[in-house]
Write a protein that binds this ligand. Structure first.
Ligand code: FAD
Ligand code: SIN
Length: 540
């Protein structure tokens, strides 16, 4: 097999991966350079589609403080957000956002040239920075991609998917096997540090706001390698995705910021209903709004409710929400006049690879940042716009950590690694699987039985069905192509979500069990350890 060597390999080129590669290149002199790997093209990611904004606890905002941001984050996290982690991330926000601006990211300014701060649900003050009105992710990824492209220490490899981590017999990560779509060959990359920045798992659900690439690859790879995986049962369902028809599965997001600016949720009779569910009405935490909509839809036996944005006013709507206005218009909805049909959709993975704020995981040489990681910031329910903040702060802290780490160790090919390489050197037997049909089945199972409200019965049903899909798909390791790899990984993350959801016999944040409606007094994290006999346990 063809091989190459780099000091650092970053898997994924969303906000977390782009910024990590840039900061490492800026801070550390690396003779072997950095490889930035993307299974699609640079900047094609969930990050690109982020709308509402990024939390900026900025010194120049007199209304805000780290304490206030911590309080809001912990409250939304329903007893599972880690206070120390939240403080670290919140405190770093000012320096990191200023550094983003220095590196070419542009945030929206007011007429006096000052940053503008907006409000989103469950934030007690206006602290959300945005770019291009409602195109914050595009602003951040395009700014960072430009800086990355002009840095000669970063080697970019697009259309290449990471498929297996190279782990030594003494549990150290020393590289990765990739499938290069251009050559249709597998290749080995040896390195001293593998950074997983592969994003979330939204695609395992029938309805999602996530783009096609969000198949949980990094989480699946890390799990198979024996890394600890935490809190996978906590999947955030965004309350308001554009629901044009039951057939439209990959759904365009109608940002929470629209509710932040005053839009109201109404049922099919035009009645506002949020007051029945929370005194914060439309600005209640995401899990509360999602369940309220879910309950209204059930009561009315309808596929959606509506968001009345017209009350915001024509001028503000087109200035603040150009992307949403345009996309709705392209779909025949003039949001200045007509209520938008909306319904919940899988949006964000709170759990993931257990990692510190500096990206360190339970495996030496393996790091995880961004949505693929679980630092403990989001707990059981992520506060809006905290994700992009976590991506950039953790990338920044990781670069700092690596600047004190030896990144130029010689390549290692021990017995453990030889065995893995051997698997990928062999030919594949059998025809290509129809992964489109198979993943549709998986998505339906996850939506119907592991969705917004779960029960023991529904989860056991899902487990049985997913186990059957796993047994029918014979490729555990080497696959034929990207589609098969993504399907393999989706099966793995689906089973991790189900196992954790079955084990959590309580309702907390985004994990709602109608058979266990109470919230336990002490919040505990679920941890899956492939290498231990217990498999899944709880820790404080
Ligand atoms: P991603 O941006 O998802 O990037 C993952 C990268 O990894 C991609 O480049 C992908 O191609 C690559 N990749 C994946 N697997 C492999 C593999 N096996 N091999 C090689 N490459 C791989 N959060 C906020 O804070 N504010 C918002 O306003 C906001 N709005 C959102 C709107 C939408 C529609 C969505 C979907 C999410 C939104 N979020 C928002 C959440 C936020 O955008 C994401 O959590 C965040 O961008 C994740 O960034 P990331 O870098 O971790 O992963
Ligand atoms: C949104 O704009 O509603 C998404 C914000 C987020 O996911 O944090």
């Amino acid at each position: 097999m063809k091989y190459s060597e780099y000091s650092v390999v970053v898997i994924g080129s969303g906000a977390a991966g782009l910024y990590a590669a840039l900061k490492i290149a800026q801070q550390i002199k690396l003779p072997e350079g950095i490889l930035l790997l993307s299974k699609s093209t640079l900047g094609t990611s969930n990050s690109k589609y982020a709308q509402g904004g990024i939390v900026g606890v900025m010194h120049r905002n007199p209304d805000d403080s780290v304490e206030s941001h911590i309080k809001d984050t912990l409250k939304a996290g329903a007893g599972l957000s880690d206070e120390k982690v939240t403080e670290e991330i919140s405190s770093a926000s000012d320096a990191v956002l200023n550094d983003l601006i220095t590196n070419g990211v542009e945030f929206d300014l007011d007429e006096n040239g000052n940053l503008t701060f907006t409000l989103e649900a469950a934030h007690s003050v206006k602290r959300i920075l945005h770019s291009g009105g409602d195109a914050t992710g595009k602003g951040i990824t395009e700014g960072l991609a430009k800086a990355v492209k002009s840095n000669e220490n970063i080697h970019i490899l697009e259309n290449a998917i990471a498929v297996e981590l190279l782990i030594t017999a003494n549990k150290e990560c020393r590289g990765v096997i990739i499938y290069n779509k251009q050559t249709e060959e597998h290749e080995i990359i040896y390195t001293s540090a593998v950074i997983i920045a592969t994003g979330g798992t939204g695609q395992v659900y029938k309805y999602t706001t996530n783009p096609l690439g969000a198949t949980g690859d990094g989480i699946a790879l890390a799990y198979e390698a024996g890394a600890l995986i935490e809190d996978m049962e906590f999947i955030q369902f965004h309350p308001t995705a554009l629901a044009l028809s039951p057939e439209s599965r990959n759904r365009f997001l109608i940002s929470e910021a629209v509710r932040g600016e005053g839009a109201k949720l109404i049922n099919k009779n035009g009645e506002e209903f949020m007051a029945k569910y929370s005194d914060k009405k439309e600005l209640a935490p995401r899990d509360v709004v999602t369940r309220a909509i879910f309950s209204e839809m059930k009561k009315e036996n309808s596929d959606n409710v509506y968001l009345n944005a017209a009350i915001i006013g024509k001028e503000k709507l087109s200035k603040r929400f150009p992307t949403i206005s345009k996309t709705c218009k392209e779909n025949g909805i003039d949001i200045t006049e007509t209520p938008i049909p909306v319904a919940p959709a899988a949006h964000y993975t709170m759990g993931g690879i257990k990692a510190g704020v500096n990206g360190t995981t339970s495996i030496k040489g393996l790091y995880a940042i961004g949505e693929a990681a679980c630092t403990g910031l989001h707990g059981a329910n992520r506060l809006a716009s905290n994700s992009l903040l976590e991506c950039v702060v953790c990338a920044y802290e990781l670069a700092d950590y690596l600047s004190f780490t030896n990144l130029n160790t010689p390549k290692v090919i021990d017995e453990g690694i030889k065995k893995m390489i051997d698997v990928y050197s062999r030919s594949i037997i059998g025809d290509e699987y129809d992964t489109s049909t198979l993943s549709s089945r998986l998505k339906n199972i996850m939506w119907d039985y592991v969705g917004i409200v779960r029960t023991e019965e529904s989860l056991l049903k899902a487990q049985k069905e997913v186990e059957k899909l796993q047994a029918d798909f014979k490729r555990r390791r080497k696959c034929l192509n990207q589609n098969e790899y993504e399907y393999r990984n989706m099966l793995t993350v689906a089973s991790l979500i189900i196992r954790s959801a079955l084990a959590r016999k309580e309702s907390r944040g985004a994990h709602c069990r109608s058979d266990y409606q109470q919230t336990d007094t002490v919040g505990q994290h679920s941890v899956i350890d492939k290498l231990s006999e217990e498999g899944l346990c709880y820790v404080k």
